[in-house]
Write a protein that binds this ligand. Sequence first.
Ligand code: AKB
Length: 313
Amino acid sequence: MKKIMVTGALGQIGSELISKLRAEYGTENVLATDIREPLTEMDGPFAILDVTDGAKMTELAKEFGADTLMHMAALLSARAEENPMLAWNLNMGGLVNALETARELNLQFFTPSSIGSFGPSTPKDNTPQDTLQRPTTMYGVNKVSGELLCDYFYQKFGVDTRGVRFPGLISYVAQPGGGTTDYAVDIFYKAVEEGKYTSFIAEGTYMDMMYMPDALQAIVDLMETDASNLKHRNAFNVTAMSFEPSELAAAIQKHMPNFEISYDVDPVRQSIADSWPNSLDTSVAESEWGFKSTYDLDAMVADMLEKIHEKVN
Ligand code: AKB
């Protein structure tokens, strides 16, 4: 049985990843860590960890007897643009500490990259696995550097590093914070609470998205794949759908005919979105480790509306 330590465990992905991993591998085999205390008591091991403290990270992993490290702590794209130096220090400092911990203790390693690793010169439609990556945001610079650093640790030190390029992730458990794709989560809360939503992303702006259960399954599937199947490692294109705000609104209107969308575009987040692909090609992830998604736009919208109705009512 795996013994997994997770950083950023209270973040948008981390909160649900912990439950998924505990269901798969046993509660006591998953150590959740975060810089802040959980708001409600956690069912299972938890430790405070600031990922810029490399010595503490290694000590915790050693004490726990971890054989796997999943490094999720990071500042997202819009927050990173507000404070680029903080983003560099946290995103790159945390990652290099996590990779060093994995090297020292011989841990299997996962960290997510993002569609943010692409830039305006990347082919926009059906973006290939191996292509130009010249991002124009600090988050993107961090993500490309991170992909390269993970490959370096694999090639130089033999650390079993693996990663995916996540699109915008949609979920109802923990809200994202400081991302460009966050509109596609915010819209559901406003739809249920107010019946209308003002989007900070312009109509016509396509971005890749994925429902959280598919994202979590992708992490587990990639980590469980026999290493001999992998020609790529850091990081695989994955996605489940590509839509723009008015298409998401139309999918919500199928359940809530009076729902209205309007636009008040945020220039910073819009320019980030404009620099990202419209839709990714996932064929390499499919052929190397069997990536697949189960939720399309309509299935995701139906589930999100049901869960958020239960949550807010
Ligand atoms: C963001 O919008 O910053 C993230 C991402 C696509 O990496 N959700």
